[in-house]
Design a protein around this ligand. Structure first.
Ligand code: SF4
Length: 253
């Protein structure tokens, strides 16, 4: 019962509109007891984050974007972005599609962490297929490439192409990726792959109502999201992977 209460309490707080913060702070302060101080701490951190976000936002939301299919590479990288979207009244659906991850055990750990994160906020979470052999075929001949090289370009495209297709199936006109939040990734490579994925998907299919899907190219390192990611990593006690994902990146630990 206590767990259910905590979960819903934080969820309600997190999904509340950002425009009435003072009222919210007072409301939650009145409700809090010494037993759920840790939730209060989470709420305070979130309020602080929202204040920063409201005052100095550098993230541009395209006109008409109210929902987005968010490709999530892992729970830590998606946590602050999901918060940012919810606070801005954008409904995210998380799509976990990362067949690049090796070995399977590592994939399952990262996947379960992503699901745990989405469940804690009541956010729709969709499990993509894990076909590592198919991914290996896609990057065949590029095994010796360094990180941020051509193999990563293909890897990004492989994942975002599937995300574009999933967005079409779901009738969600916009998709984005948490890959663009990592300082270890080349942002230009990520955005190029996303735009190409949208173009290629649209040349083959359209959504059920005849619309095209669009990639939301965005630098998710702005607006203090990097610091917020690190704070949430600790709050959720997320599993923090030590390498990018594929077998060729393990040697770079
Ligand atoms: S290093 Fe990372 S981005 Fe590059 S191919 Fe491997 S899993 Fe993909």
């Amino acid at each position: 019962m206590q767990i259910l209460f905590e979960k819903n309490f934080y969820k309600t707080f997190l999904l509340s509109r950002a425009h009435n913060l003072q009222f919210l702070e007072k409301f939650f302060l009145a409700k809090i007891s010494s037993q759920n101080l840790h939730i209060w701490k989470k709420c305070c951190n979130f309020v602080r984050f929202l204040h920063t976000m409201k005052s100095e936002s550098h993230i541009i939301v395209p006109d008409g974007l109210h929902q987005v299919l968010l490709h999530a590479c892992c729970a830590p990288c998606s946590s602050a972005i999901v918060e940012w979207l919810c606070a801005g009244d954008i409904v995210p659906t998380i799509y976990y599609f990362n067949p690049n991850i090796f070995p399977r055990e590592e994939y399952e750990i990262r996947k379960q962490e992503s699901k745990r994160h989405a469940d804690s906020l009541g956010i729709r979470w969709i499990d993509g297929d894990y076909n590592h052999d198919h991914w290996l075929q896609a990057v065949c001949g590029l095994e010796q490439e360094p990180e941020r090289g051509k193999r990563c370009e293909v890897c990004f495209y492989h994942r975002l192409r599937a995300t574009a297709r999933k967005a079409q199936e779901l009738g969600i006109p916009w998709f984005a990726t948490t890959l663009a939040s990592s300082r270890w990734k080349n942002l230009e490579q990520v955005n190029t792959a996303g735009l190409r994925a949208a173009e290629d998907a649209n040349s083959q299919w359209l959504t059920a109502n005849g619309e095209k899907v669009q990639f939301w190219a965005q630098n998710w390192r702005k607006d203090g999201l990097q610091d917020r990611r690190n704070a949430l990593l600790k709050e959720y006690n997320f599993y923090n992977q030590q390498y990018c994902g594929c077998e060729f990146s393990i040697n770079h630990i």
